[in-house]
Design a protein around this ligand. Structure first.
Ligand code: 5GP
Ligand code: ZN
Length: 118
């Protein structure tokens, strides 16, 4: 069983924010902003590539609610899902990062120069 399945099953402790029958939101162990929460489906999907659309819709509604719980829905935040090797995904269980609580930077994403591709 993967590490995020164990967190959803409470076999590994986490700092819970909110849960419902399908999803689990908890604070990232290594926060990169004042608010940094991870949202996972309780069922295992390897990445965003694999989740059925209907469940993704419910996950969107759940994440809207988590942002309200965190008090950042009006101040703004960022939703991020890293997918696969180029996406920088480290844990192979679909998760969205909800990042906020301060003005976020918008950096360059790759060392490759976009101009080289057009
Ligand atoms: P990824 O790079 O896969 O998009 O992000 C994985 C995230 O999971 C990282 O931000 C990392 O800090 C977080 N993480 C990894 N292991 C644990 C854990 O055991 N507990 C919590 N709360 N976060 C974790
Ligand atoms: Zn899993």
């Amino acid at each position: 069983m993967c590490i995020f399945c164990k967190i959803a099953n409470r076999e590994i402790p986490s700092n819970l924010v909110q849960e419902d029958e399908n999803f689990f939101a908890f604070h990232d162990i290594n926060p990169k902003a004042p608010v940094h929460v991870l949202v996972i489906p309780k069922a295992h999907y390897g990445s965003f590539n694999d989740i059925p659309g209907e469940l993704m819709g419910k996950m969107g509604t759940f994440m809207q609610d988590v942002a309200k719980t965190l008090g950042i829905d009006q101040s703004g935040y960022r939703l991020i899902s890293n997918i696969g090797e180029n996406g920088g995904q480290e844990v192979g269980h679909l998760h969205f990062h909800i990042v906020g609580g301060a003005k976020l930077h918008w950096g360059h994403f790759a060392d490759a120069d976009p101009k080289d591709f057009f």
